[in-house]
Design a protein around this ligand. Structure first.
Ligand SMILES: *Cc1c(COP(=O)(O)O)cnc(C)c1O
Length: 469
């Protein structure tokens, strides 16, 4: 399988070439030249597979430059009961008749980002080893992504992580999760500023091309194709658990921010998985809900971006969205480039033509929005009726899913985090503390490793240079 850019660069690259990359050189996102179609006998055979075997089958359709035996080993090291808590890896929990949660957040950081990041850690170590190279991952985090990256890369050969976070602004639990890691290749830099200051430092360091090349600076952001690909697997795994035969359809509801998770659902549907609807749920930051209702995509300004109680969905623009639009436009790269490069950059928005927008229905997408009050009500309702405690992001998903039920079609809501991470809102909704997995009891009391630094890109560069061997 080869990969091309959504903005017209048709240089065909292999999976291993794009694995360690972010954007394509023309500023677009990578996609496979075509989606492999899964025929009925293959789907039937996959139904009986373990999660790791299923992952191997799906990944090998997209990866032909890693020997099959090696890929199988990497995948089976990743998706284990040890790391994800159950044999099923992503078990379904019923909430009433034909309505399920798919558990994606039983990995080390209790959020679904572990599903992809854990595989990325294995792939990075393998590829760097094969090339005899090293990589220094530089990132900024306000919580989820940074910790998933650190837990994926800890102890991996050839990889170091330098993760910037706003000093004193993460929750005590998130801080403890990241700062208690003892691994020598993980560096936590607590910056005396806000999250935007951290991001500005990452940009300043990455824009120094000489420094970037010399110190082999890379990232693990949500546009990475390998992350998206790893997420395709659990749509198949969820489908097989909710149905008895491949004649049946299911719908998925996905709490969304950067459009990475639901884009993987779109890929699964393009491969032929019988998905009826892909229901996109946003919080108050409703950029994507607005698009799916009106055909207008309007990037929000900083001041218009709300800080909500489902913070991992607080986005001003959706960095993976261009992938879907490219497919929606019949893979017209010139039109995609016009919309995302010219219109979004010039006036911060674009509107599809009525003919273009009409095609959205063919792709199964519908959307809805949820607010803080909806989250509280949904958390209470689900706990009261089913005794299941859900987190704030999953609550957004449940709320919107209930507005898009179709008779006879099971609905699967992707559970993207566990309530333990969002204690304050759980207390507000239920008047009690969230449940916490036994392994994480008392992590706030573990010794912490982090270095406090000012808002100073040069100081960060010096720290990287001194800790790069
Ligand atoms: C990242 C994240 C999301 C949003 O996922 P996208 O792929 O960015 O759409 C939703 N919920 C949680 C808990 C997350 O960490």
């Amino acid at each position: 399988m080869k990969y091309i850019s959504t903005r017209g660069d048709r240089t065909e690259r292999g999976f291993s070439e794009i694995l360690l990359e972010g954007l394509a050189p023309d500023g677009g996102l990578y996609l496979p030249v075509a989606y492999p179609k899964v025929d009925a006998p293959t789907l039937q055979r996959w139904r009986g597979l373990s999660y790791a075997d299923l992952a191997f089958e799906i990944l090998s359709l997209y990866i032909d430059d890693i020997p099959a035996d090696d890929l199988r080993t990497l995948v089976s090291r990743t998706y284990t009961k040890d790391v994800f808590g159950t044999e099923a890896i992503t078990p379904l929990k019923p909430l009433g008749e034909g309505f399920y949660l798919e558990a994606l957040s039983n990995g080390p950081t209790l959020a679904f980002k572990d599903m992809a990041m854990q595989l990325l850690g294995q792939l990075f170590e393998y590829e760097l080893g094969r090339r005899g190279e090293e990589l220094n991952i530089l990132g900024a985090t306000s919580g989820d992504t940074g910790s998933a990256a650190e837990y994926a890369m800890r102890g991996k050969k050839g990889v170091r992580v330098f993760m910037l976070s706003p000093h004193g602004r993460m929750s005590p639990f998130q801080q403890a999760q990241m700062f208690s890691l003892p691994d020598a290749n993980i560096h936590n830099l607590a910056i005396e500023g806000v999250f935007d200051d951290c991001q500005d430092i990452v940009k300043a360091v990455s824009n120094d091309l000489e420094f970037k090349r010399r110190y082999k600076i890379g990232t693990v952001n949500s546009i990475n194709w390998a992350r998206l690909l790893a997420q395709v697997v659990y749509y198949f795994a969820g489908y097989f658990q909710a149905t008895r035969s491949n004649e049946e359809k299911v719908s998925f509801c996905v709490p969304s921010g950067n459009f990475g998770n639901i884009c993987a659902g779109h890929v699964a549907r393009q491969m032929g998985l019988p998905i009826h609807r892909l229901v996109l749920a946003t919080n108050e930051n409703d950029v994507l809900d607005e698009f799916f209702r009106t055909g207008t995509y309007r990037v929000r300004k900083g001041a218009e971006t709300h800080e909500t109680s489902s913070p991992s969905m607080d986005i001003s623009k959706a960095s993976n969205f261009e992938r879907f639009v490219f497919d929606l436009l019949g893979r017209d790269a010139a039109r995609t480039r016009q919309l995302f490069r010219e219109e979004v950059e010039r006036r911060g928005a674009f509107t599809l033509s009525p003919a273009e927008f009409a095609k959205v229905a063919d792709y199964g997408f519908v959307s809805g929005k949820s607010t803080h009050a909806d989250r509280l009500a949904t958390i209470r309702d689900v706990f009261g009726r089913f005794g299941v405690m859900i987190d704030t992001h999953t609550a957004d998903g449940v709320k919107v899913a209930r507005e898009h039920l179709d008779e006879g079609v099971p609905m699967i809501v992707l559970e993207t985090a566990l309530p333990a991470k969002f204690a304050q809102t759980i207390r507000e909704a239920l008047g009690r503390e969230p449940e916490r997995p036994a392994a994480l009891m008392g992590i706030e009391n573990l010794p912490k490793r982090f270095k406090v630094m000012g808002v100073d890109a040069d100081a960060v560069k010096r720290y990287i240079a001194e800790n790069c061997h």
